[in-house]
Design a binder for this molecule. Structure first.
Ligand code: DQA
Length: 144
């Protein structure tokens, strides 16, 4: 059976492509999803984006039965204990993804309240970060 991987994007990530392209790149979320589909043809993806925190909590819970998840929580990263707790309650491989290098930006972006609840963090690799995150999730299945 094809492994199911959730790719979750939070607040404001639906505007990728138009939003500060010098920081987040010119690819849209749809472009990134197409890249993942072509790079990992054996994976069944669940792509979700929402600007509503409670809806994201629901998506994280749904991913509990999957092979794993990649999540870019957007600005929620920096203050959402609700997302931290939802992620903590799900025991599949979990990767936090940031397109930009949050550590090289404003001071407040350097703190992630969700990082303690995930296995790995990718920041500053642009769209490639999502590919790395999915590859990591799949590697955990193979025990590598
Ligand atoms: C982001 C970084 C966050 O600080 C910001 O609020 C975002 C996007 C990134 O992908 O670099 O919305 O998560």
């Amino acid at each position: 059976m094809a492994p199911k991987v959730f790719v979750l994007n939070g607040v404001n990530l639906g505007t990728l492509g138009q939003r500060r392209p010098e920081v987040y790149g010119t690819l849209t979320l749809n472009d990134i999803e197409k890249i993942l589909l072509s790079e990992f043809p054996g994976v069944e993806f669940e792509f979700r984006q929402t600007d509503h925190e409670g809806e994201m909590v629901g998506f994280i819970r749904e991913a509990a039965e999957s092979a794993g998840l990649a999540i870019n929580p957007g600005a929620w990263t920096h203050y959402s204990y609700a997302l931290h707790d939802a992620l903590e309650a799900v025991s599949v491989p979990k990767v936090e993804v940031h397109l930009s290098n949050v550590h090289a930006r404003e001071e407040w972006r350097r703190r992630s309240v969700v990082s303690p609840a995930v296995d790995a963090v990718v920041a500053g690799m642009g769209a490639y970060g999502y590919r790395a995150a999915v590859a990591y999730v799949l590697s955990r299945r193979g025990g590598r």
